[in-house]
Each structure stands twice: as structure tokens, then as C-alpha cells.
Design a protein around this ligand. Structure first.
Ligand code: ZN
Length: 223
């Protein structure tokens, strides 16, 4: 997209011009602002468009994602995938950025990846695992917690107090954050919740692991 070159400290626009620009609140203005951000111009800088000055807004990460998505959609190479995991595996793990399907040697389409803070069997992750098995045919459940997790070295009370202080207001939900101190114990606890659940069939392999974020290795936790 053609884009005007960086201007040298343009004067702030006179009031009438700002008003006129206001009427351009349209896709065209959004595109200009986006182009400005892509060209590396600082948010808040004015660019001249025709007779108008347009103030560049910061491009949020979500805007960047939307742009990337548009580019992805041109090829959409995952179009052929079905909703059923090809390798009949469901993984419950933490939302931590250092865990990914790459660390498990999986490809998109191979497995269900169910994530929450900690990799905890909650009502909701259990719901996902049940849907995964009963509706979409997975036959193995893998629970992965990891070293250096944000939920370690803290307590329920500490988390609640910290968040309440930041937000400035109390709240009843969530009832639990599932903070934990001992990672092996925490994995065992998740396995126990799954293995004792009447809707998790005995034929399902339920296994638990600790992922070491420094070595990149999974270590199995046995009962
Ligand atoms: Zn974590």
C-alpha cells in the first residue's frame, strides 16, 4: 500500500481539520492508520492525507492478528482438517507460552489441546475432555503441568488478595485459582480426579507428566 513518507514534526492540525478528519471514521482511515503503524511511525504522529492530517493510532496486537489472519486465509492450508483429532489424543496442560504442540511433536489436527492456568482438571476442562472422548473419539488423556508455573509459589489467599488489591473490589468468582506448591503432587491430584470420575472410561489411558521448561523434557508422574 502506498504510504506517505514520514513527515517532519507536522504541526498539530487546526480544529476545523480535526473535525473534517472525524468524518473519515471509515475503513479507509483505519487502513491509513494501520499502514502508518506498519511503516513504523509512532502512534500519536500526524500524517498528511490530501489536505487533512490524520493522527496515527497504536496498532493493537489484536489488529496485527487480524492482519495475519487475512494473509493466512489466502492459502488456508488447514482447510482439510476434520474436528476429530487424527491421533486420538487429548492433552490437558497449562496456558504457559513455553508449552506448545511443537514440544510434543504434534501437528495441528493431531490432538485436542485443552489449556487453562496450571493444567488443572476443573469442571470446565473435564467437560472438554468428556466432549473430546465421547463426541470426537479421543482415547488417551495426557495431563501436563510444568516447572516454573505461575501458580506455584503462591497461595489461594495471596492470589485473591493481590488481584483484589489491584482491581480495588472483591469478587466471589472464581472460587479457586488452584494454586499449588508441589508439582508432582499436583499432577497426581489431577490424575486422581480423572481416574475416579464415573464418566472417564477405564479403557482411556490417563497419564500425567511434568514438563521441565529448562530441559524441554517431559517426565512421567506415576502413582
Ligand atoms: Zn503454568
Amino acid at each position: 500500500m502506498a504510504f506517505p513518507r514520514r513527515l517532519k514534526a507536522p504541526p498539530p492540525p487546526p480544529k476545523e481539520e480535526t473535525k473534517s478528519v472525524g468524518r473519515f471514521r471509515s475503513a479507509r482511515l483505519a487502513r491509513l492508520r494501520q499502514a502508518g503503524s506498519l511503516a513504523g511511525l509512532k502512534p500519536g504522529r500526524y500524517i498528511k492525507v490530501g489536505t487533512y492530517f490524520v493522527r496515527l493510532l497504536g496498532m493493537s496486537v489484536i489488529d496485527e492478528v487480524l492482519q495475519a489472519n487475512e494473509i493466512y486465509s489466502r492459502t488456508h492450508e488447514l482447510r482439510r482438517l476434520t474436528p476429530r483429532p487424527e491421533r486420538k489424543l487429548a492433552v490437558l496442560t497449562c496456558m504457559d507460552t513455553r508449552l506448545s504442540i511443537r514440544t510434543l511433536g504434534l501437528k495441528t489436527g493431531d490432538a485436542h489441546i485443552i489449556r487453562n492456568a496450571g493444567g488443572i482438571v476443573t469442571d470446565d476442562s473435564l467437560r472438554s475432555l468428556l466432549v473430546s472422548h465421547y463426541l470426537l473419539g479421543t482415547e488417551e488423556f495426557m495431563v501436563i503441568n510444568h516447572t516454573d508455573c505461575g501458580l506455584m509459589h503462591t497461595t489461594e489467599q495471596d492470589l485473591r488478595t493481590r488481584i483484589q488489591n489491584r482491581a480495588g473490589v472483591a469478587a466471589v468468582a472464581p472460587a479457586f485459582f488452584y494454586a499449588f506448591a508441589n508439582i508432582e503432587e499436583n499432577v497426581r491430584h489431577q490424575l486422581q480426579k480423572l481416574r475416579t470420575h464415573p464418566w472417564v472410561p477405564k479403557e482411556i489411558a490417563v497419564r500425567g507428566f511434568v514438563y521441565d521448561v529448562s530441559s524441554g523434557l517431559l517426565r512421567e508422574i506415576t502413582a
